[in-house]
Ligand binder design. Sequence first.
Ligand SMILES: Cc1cc2nc3c(=O)[nH]c(=O)nc-3n(C[C@H](O)[C@H](O)[C@H](O)COP(=O)(O)O)c2cc1C
Length: 214
Amino acid sequence: MSAPFDLSVTDELLSTTRAVRRRLDLDRPVERDVILDCIRLSQQAPTGGNQQGWSWVVVTDPGKRKALAELYSASGDVYLPQAHAAAVEQGNGQTVRVYDSAMFLNDILADVPVHVIPCMQGRIPENADNATAASMYGSIFPAVWSFQIALRSRGLGSTLTTIHLFQEAEAAKLLGIPDDFSQVGLLPVAYTKGSDFKHAKRPDPESITHFDSW
Ligand SMILES: Cc1cc2nc3c(=O)[nH]c(=O)nc-3n(C[C@H](O)[C@H](O)[C@H](O)COP(=O)(O)O)c2cc1C
């Protein structure tokens, strides 16, 4: 097969872009330009109706990061130990490790040098139908994932998190985010310690793929 890109590089990038928490380098500053480069690349992502209603809030101010971490842990302190205990009970080793790592992030979030909050214009209406919800969230998460891939290719790591959204209104007030924008997550961003991340164990694609009918 002849491919227009070096598949050994692109496939490795796509299959090793992990949620990075323990291996974030909390001491190395992150340049503003590298964040802007990754946002620039994310802007090539698709959106429904070519609306591109994206805005990104990049937080480096230590006081604001501390306040965001407090909002995050207001829910994280409750939810994460419960989810961890449930995974232990189910004997699900991979998920136990994820929640161990998520609790670690919950504890160190204030110290991660950059918090990035992707925002989309508008808000999913209450009782939105599936098409509306899919087209709104589907118009921002491709950009968020492109941002994360671009970070990884430059030696930085991140995790898509959503826990602070239980305190979304407080975060909006802290950061001056206008009422007509919805936050969709918070990505703690830092250079990574090393760059050798592994493939995750996933089921065979044949087991989740249905050709022509389910
Ligand atoms: C919609 C969504 C919400 C998530 N929320 C959180 C979160 O609040 N906190 C966290 O530590 N990780 C969060 N994650 C990261 C997942 O835990 C992680 O992607 C998953 O365990 C798989 O790990 P991997 O990305 O390294 O393959 C979230 C991921 C997604 C896609």
